[in-house]
Ligand binder design. Structure first.
Ligand code: GDP
Ligand code: MN
Length: 396
């Protein structure tokens, strides 16, 4: 699950990380009030108006704008709220902006230069350990840095038995070239950031930029957080931060029916019980010359309701030319599933795409008979090979 920048910053603050302060609003009038409050509380004359969407690269897409007075705040907020923001991470259709963060301007001039760093914590799956990734080249072009000058990105691996060690935080602050007060603040920043990442069961916590202000404070200007959904039950306060308006509506609907669904770009829809079998089925579709339109695991109990919900979701995708149902009847009996398919088919009515049903396991023969005698445009198979051949035939 992803959350917004303003929510990521709230979490960071609660762990003692200094952040660029701000107030989240959803109308231009509230934006003006928020800017006045920022002036009262933090003395900031200038503010930045920042679009809140679940995607990065907002600055590049015109979703982060400086405002130097209240008229400009109102103007910028009017422009950004409701806009369809296109960034390198949203795809060409962009994302609608519903909220903006009115944040203090932290790039004010002063004694020393401001400097943007990159710091993130994430899981290195190949070693099974958390790593802190960091670079002196923070800011809006970190992807380019990673591509063209990868030696400027450093990694520090954390031993899970002992956690982040103080010498590691000091090493990072040193490698980032900080000194004096900024060095001390950076050590604190890294330590608290790691603590936050660990405590909330995040799978990524990316701060870009981490800013050294002109008076040598270190703070988080941005926060991109990805949470491990399997651990959300331990954090009801964070689970409550979910914003479903940011998620794919079909995936949300699938989740409500307890279906594990991921939309893909292919032409063959598939409905399977078990994630492993779903992966194998996608391979079979590929081998048959098709492309999977989705991943869909209906879970252990495939009955008429789940089959119907799954049908409805797959059929929403206009690219789908055929549907392959591949169910293994271990606990669930195949004839029950077959009846479920027939009931759902009749209830939905008007299904134009051919459907191939492969049921294997307990009562497979009875299931095949039910399907074959149903009079519906449903092809049945018992062997996976037969199912694959049918897929090639119907999409040819
Ligand atoms: P992203 O583009 O989605 O990663 O959004 P960020 O929150 O990282 O902001 C993008 C850019 O806006 C930053 O890299 C800064 O250059 C700029 N920016 C952010 N906050 C401020 C600010 O307080 N003052 C000024 N002048 N620029 C800011
Ligand atoms: Mn950023």
């Amino acid at each position: 699950m992803n959350i917004h920048e303003y929510q990521g910053k709230e979490i960071l603050k609660s762990f003692g990380v200094r952040v660029q302060e701000g107030i989240v609003v959803d109308t231009p009038e509230e934006a003006v009030e928020a800017a006045k409050k920022m002036k009262e509380d933090f003395g900031s004359d200038w503010v930045v108006v920042k679009a809140q969407i679940h995607a990065g690269g907002r600055g590049k897409g015109g979703g982060v704008k400086l405002a130097k007075n209240l008229d400009e705040v109102k103007q910028r907020a009017t422009d950004i709220i409701g806009m369809q923001l296109v960034t390198p991470q949203t795809g060409p259709e962009g994302k609608k902006v519903n909220k903006v963060l009115i944040a203090q301007d932290v790039y004010y001039p002063g004694e020393s230069e401001t400097k943007e760093f990159y710091v993130s914590v994430l899981l290195n799956r190949s070693t099974g350990r958390n790593i802190i990734m960091y670079s002196t080249e923070g800011g809006m072009d970190i992807e380019e840095v990673a591509e063209k000058t990868p030696h400027l990105i450093f990694k520090e691996e954390i031993d899970p038995k002992v956690g982040l060690q103080p010498f590691q935080a000091r090493k990072i602050a040193f490698n980032l070239g900080t000194s004096g007060n900024a060095f001390k603040e950076m050590v604190k920043f890294i330590t608290a950031l790691y603590k936050a990442y660990d405590a909330i069961d995040a799978s990524m916590f990316e701060i870009n930029p981490v800013l050294k202000t002109s008076d040598d404070k270190i703070l988080a200007v941005d926060a991109k957080v990805n949470l491990d959904e399997n651990a959300l039950y331990r954090h009801p306060d964070i689970a409550a931060m979910r914003d479903i308006t940011e998620e794919d509506p079909t995936e949300v609907e699938a989740g409500e029916s307890n279906l594990n669904y991921v939309k893909l770009d292919g032409n063959v829809g598939c409905m399977v019980n078990g994630a492993g079998l779903a992966m194998a089925t996608m391979d079979i579709i590929k081998l048959a010359g098709g492309d999977p339109a989705n991943f869909l695991d209906v879970g252990g109990t495939a009955n008429a309701q789940t089959v119907k919900a799954a049908f409805n979701i797959i059929l929403k995708d206009p690219n789908v030319k055929a549907i392959l149902i591949n169910i293994f009847g271990g606990i669930v009996r195949c004839d029950r599933v077959a009846q479920g398919v027939i009931d759902a088919y009749q209830e939905i009515g008007d299904i134009k795409v051919p459907i191939i049903v492969r049921l294997q396991g307990t009562n497979a023969e009875e299931a095949k008979k039910l399907i074959d005698e149903s009079g519906l445009k449903v092809y049945s198979a018992i062997l996976l090979k037969e199912a694959a051949d049918l897929v090639s035939k119907v999409i040819a």
